[in-house]
Design a binder for this molecule. Structure first.
Ligand code: MD3
Ligand code: FE
Length: 206
């Protein structure tokens, strides 16, 4: 993370293409493997009683969770009951590039296998929308779609590639967004293919 990260604005989103070098991406994937060993990825239930196609786990104090009772942030792994492991320093360094006032207290880890997608939604379970959500993409490219605060607003799409980082803040913080599809098997970063997305968040008030 010694190098400069050029930030461009794509459809009102701050995108840092190639924020992580290949070596940094490989190092981060090794950290994520260790996290997955102690906090195994799981598929949250959707409101319709079907499991999500994306598998999730987390680092830091909080993990997002969903079941028949609704969705919320939890502080213990749903299967092991253990707290989540610390957020990898490399991910913290990416957050710091965008937000230096407070550290994140959640690093949500999404895994997209072949055919996985994430429908259009808002992230509004966090206490303070004045803090950004910072995302890091690893592995196969993902087609990111972003609309407006209102669900019916028009949407725009662009591809997120391995090593890209992005910050959602200000007018985009409450925008609807999702991942339509991935190009499975295009990247060699993950031996079994697929896409990993890290979202760094501040869940509790500062
Ligand atoms: C725009 N993840 O975990 S990251 C999520 O690639 C999520 O896995 C997607 O949406 C993924 O909730 C997109 C980019 C992202 C994250 C949070 C946002 C975009 C956002 C919050 C508000 C607006
Ligand atoms: Fe989201």
């Amino acid at each position: 993370m010694e190098h400069e990260i050029p930030v461009e604005i794509i459809h009102e989103v701050m995108v840092a293409r190639g924020a992580l070098t290949n070596a940094e991406q490989r190092a981060l994937v090794m950290d994520l493997r260790e996290i997955a060993k102690v906090a195994p990825p799981f598929s949250p239930m959707t409101g319709w009683g079907k499991p999500m196609s994306v598998k999730i786990t987390a680092a830091g104090r909080f993990c997002w969770f969903s079941d028949r009772k609704g969705y919320r942030y939890i502080e213990a792994h749903p299967q092991t009951g253990n707290p989540f492991p610390p957020i990898p320093p490399l991910a913290l360094a990416v957050w710091e590039r965008f937000e230096s006032r407070v550290p994140p207290d959640c690093c949500l880890i999404n895994y997209y296998g072949e055919g996985a997608r994430m429908g259009l939604h808002q992230d509004r379970d966090e206490a303070d929308f004045g803090f950004p959500v910072v995302s890091i993409s690893l592995g196969d490219p993902g087609l990111f779609r972003i609309g407006g605060v209102e669900r019916k607003s028009p949407t725009r799409s662009f591809w997120l590639e391995s090593g890209d980082a992005m910050a959602l803040q200000a007018e985009t913080r409450l925008a609807h967004h999702g991942i339509d599809r991935i190009k499975f098997g295009e990247s060699a970063l993950l031996p079994k293919g697929g896409r990993l997305n890290l979202t760094l968040r501040r869940v509790a008030p500062a």
